[in-house]
Design a protein around this ligand. Structure first.
Ligand code: NAD
Length: 441
């Protein structure tokens, strides 16, 4: 089985590498020459636990190649995955220009039967759109099938998620395409991963419906946490007891500063836009998007409350230096896309704060966003030195066991805003911190 994966980002690189690990011959293609050059030198352009060794092993064994040559990749492979970005446009709709461009390139180079697999997250109807683009160019000269095979991996756990998925969704219109896709995923089949075989439109909808539901679940517990703060309840106990109900499940019930990342923000907006184009007002998703934005700003209000300043005043934080621990939208990734840290830090800077910051992996990407408006530190302790307040924004494991007595000695004032609830409030207070968290005040 020979496979090409077009788009070598978080999804494409993991897909290509893991399929090679399962014994397939895979060519990963990207238009970004710098990225491909790096990969050909054995340098991994993203941080994803476990990925480097898989890439090294499979390139060494000749099952995994990297190239910018899409023409040869289309000609030499039976299955061609499209894994390019589908970012949000200004109006919230998914920008399909990269998907369209790949469809055209496939059409220009097709030389026999191909299965063209859309792995990017795309609006319902995109499979037919890709089919239309290829048909228009090739004038029915070659037989091909378009398949929707959405990806559900989580950044930071992508390799494990790809290797052991909860389900594999295949949306197709021909039995031949389904059989070939089952062959691609034969290792998963043997491992008894559940397969959902459906039409293209249903597969496309499954992805958006899943992501929007998860975003909604996070947003729900965030609002419950906000209310817990007001009524004196402990959101951890509330979430734990809720999660014991099999109908609810304990996952995605961790309150925090709002969801971020490359998927939930754009996918909720895209679903809302899709609904609108069909004349349907998807109120629950629209509200989720709005409430999530408010949650990020609520964190600034929370920091203000802790410090005893009116966060809404101009220059509210002008007398404060804040040390931020964690910039990525979640641990174990270098991805800064739509990270809540962006809104929160920008708001604090706007209100006059001085910001020191540290993230174990995402510093390079963070620099591209904040430039020299933030003072970047080498570690947690340099970040804490001389600050009025320490703010935990991403729950990296290494932040869970900080030497708080050392922190106490080096911080100017002992304010701690633990926006990921990784410390015990009573313990922090007993050490001498003025402490706040989300839903446990
Ligand atoms: N990142 C995730 O956690 C995740 C999870 C599930 C699904 N998805 C979806 O998968 C898709 C890809 O996401 P990502 O995070 O991997 O994106 P990414 O931005 O990390 O990677 C996209 C890659 O495509 C390349 N590209 C663009 N146009 C190209 C072309 N014409 N030919 C070859 N390469 C081209 C870019 O250079 C880039 O390297 C998106 O639709 C996303 O919604 C992402």
């Amino acid at each position: 089985m020979r496979v090409a994966v077009v788009g070598t980002g978080y999804v494409g690189l993991v897909t290509g590498s893991c399929l090679a690990e399962f014994g397939m011959h895979v060519t990963c293609v990207d238009i970004d020459k710098t990225k491909i050059d790096k990969l050909n030198k054995g340098q991994i352009p993203i941080y994803e636990p476990g990925l480097e060794s898989i890439i090294n092993r499979n390139t060494r064994d000749g099952r995994l190649k990297f190239t910018t040559d899409i023409s040869e990749s289309v000609k030499n492979n039976l299955v061609i995955f499209i894994a390019v970005g589908t970012p949000a446009r200004e109006d919230g709709s998914a920008d399909l220009q990269y998907v369209d461009a790949v469809a055209k390139q496939i059409a220009d180079n097709i030389n026999g039967y191909k299965v063209i697999v859309d792995k990017s997250t795309v609006p319902v109807g995109t499979g037919q759109r890709v089919k239309g683009i290829i048909k228009d160019i090739t004038k029915n000269k070659f037989k091909f099938d378009v398949v929707s095979n959405p990806e559900f991996l989580r950044e930071g756990a992508a390799v494990n998620d790809f290797m052991r998925p909860d389900r594999i969704v295949i949306g197709a219109e021909s039995e031949e395409a389904v059989a070939i896709m089952k062959d691609v995923y034969s290792a998963h089949y043997l491992n008894e991963a559940p397969f959902v075989i459906t039409n293209i439109e249903t597969a496309e909808m499954i992805k958006y419906a899943s992501n929007a539901f998860l975003a909604l679940k996070i947003t729900y517990i965030n609002e419950v946490a906000n209310l817990c703060d007001l009524v004196g309840a402990d959101v951890h106990k509330v979430a734990k007891a809720m999660g014991m109900d099999g109908r609810i499940s304990p996952k995605f019930l961790h309150p925090g500063p709002g969801y971020g990342g490359s998927c939930f923000p754009k996918d909720t907006q895209a679903l809302s836009y899709i609904a609108k184009t069909y004349g349907y007002d998807f109120q629950l998703v629209n509200t989720t998007v709005e409430v999530n934005e408010l949650q990020k700003l609520k964190m600034v209000e929370k920091i203000g409350l802790l410090l005893g300043v009116d966060h809404s005043a101009q220059n509210a934080f002008k007398d404060y230096t804040l040390g931020i621990l964690g910039l990525a939208f979640k641990p174990n990734t270098d991805d800064m896309r739509e990270s809540p840290s962006i809104t929160i830090i920008n708001e604090l800077l706007e209100k006059g704060a001085r910001i020191k910051a540290f993230d174990p992996i995402a510093m390079e990407n963070a620099r591209k966003i904040f430039g020299n408006r933030v003072h970047y530190c080498q570690d947690e302790y340099e970040t804490a030195e001389g600050v009025n307040c320490l703010v935990i924004l991403t729950e990296w494991n290494q932040f869970r066991k900080l030497d708080m007595n050392k922190m106490k000695a080096i911080m100017k004032d002992l304010y701690l805003a633990d926006l990921r609830n990784i410390y015990e409030p009573e313990k922090m207070k007993s050490i001498g911190f003025k402490y706040t968290s989300v839903g446990r005040s």
